[in-house]
Design a protein around this ligand. Structure first.
Ligand SMILES: [Zn+2]
Length: 209
């Protein structure tokens, strides 16, 4: 499958996923609304990208979201310990190309690699990714997103909870992240070896090892 179509599928998985998880965590209603908007715009923009059309209107937070994913994806591969040549080519690359279609520019520095248990890697990178998305959203769309100040406050408090193993947000996000990753990674043509490695790594995260 072509790289653009893979990303279109990712935006669809993301769109479905955004409808599910945060609803389980009380106090994230405004953030969930903003994420749903981002997820829906992402599908529209990815569809246009596949058709080589100009990017439809979308909000600055959508740019921030995907440039955040680029920074996250590099750190996630390093933290899992996968073959980085393969990971960069098959996973980071297409995300980078999509982010560059949404908002051409220089990527933010990658997030820092996390050396910890798989569960803590996932949640720590969720927290630092959230932090970066807030920062880029403020930088690129401060006025546009003033109406989302409630969402920003919620996202900021979420970061603290994601860094606290055993908190209700930690458990709910770990569960939905694992679900999401399993769906997401299916779309990428990883080698058999990498696929097995990722599956085993996610299993350890699920078992809290
Ligand atoms: Zn667009």
């Amino acid at each position: 499958m072509k790289r653009k179509e893979i990303i279109l599928n990712c935006t669809r998985v993301n769109h479905q996923y955004m409808r599910l998880p945060a609803g389980k965590v009380a106090g994230l209603e405004a953030m969930t609304d903003l994420y749903r908007r981002i997820a829906s715009q992402s599908v529209d923009c990815a569809q246009a990208w596949v058709q080589d059309s100009p990017c439809p209107d979308h909000e600055p937070a959508t740019d921030a979201f995907w440039w955040g994913v680029v920074a996250w994806s590099d750190a996630f591969g390093l933290s899992m310990g996968v073959d980085m040549a393969e990971w960069s080519w098959l996973f980071v690359g297409p995300h980078h190309e999509f982010a560059n279609y949404l908002r051409p520019g220089i990527p933010p520095p990658p997030l820092e690699e996390v050396n910890d248990s798989p569960a803590n890697v996932i949640l720590t990178l969720d927290a630092t990714w959230t932090e970066l998305v807030i920062k880029l959203t403020a930088q690129w769309g401060f006025l546009h997103h003033l109406k989302d100040s409630g969402a920003i406050v919620e996202a900021q408090s979420l970061q603290g909870e994601l860094r606290t193993p055993g908190s209700p947000a930690y458990k709910a996000f770990l569960e939905s992240d694992l679900n999401f990753f399993r769906h997401l990674f299916k779309h990428f043509p990883f080698s058999e070896q990498t696929r097995k490695y990722i599956t085993a790594w996610l299993k350890r995260a699920e078992e809290g090892l």
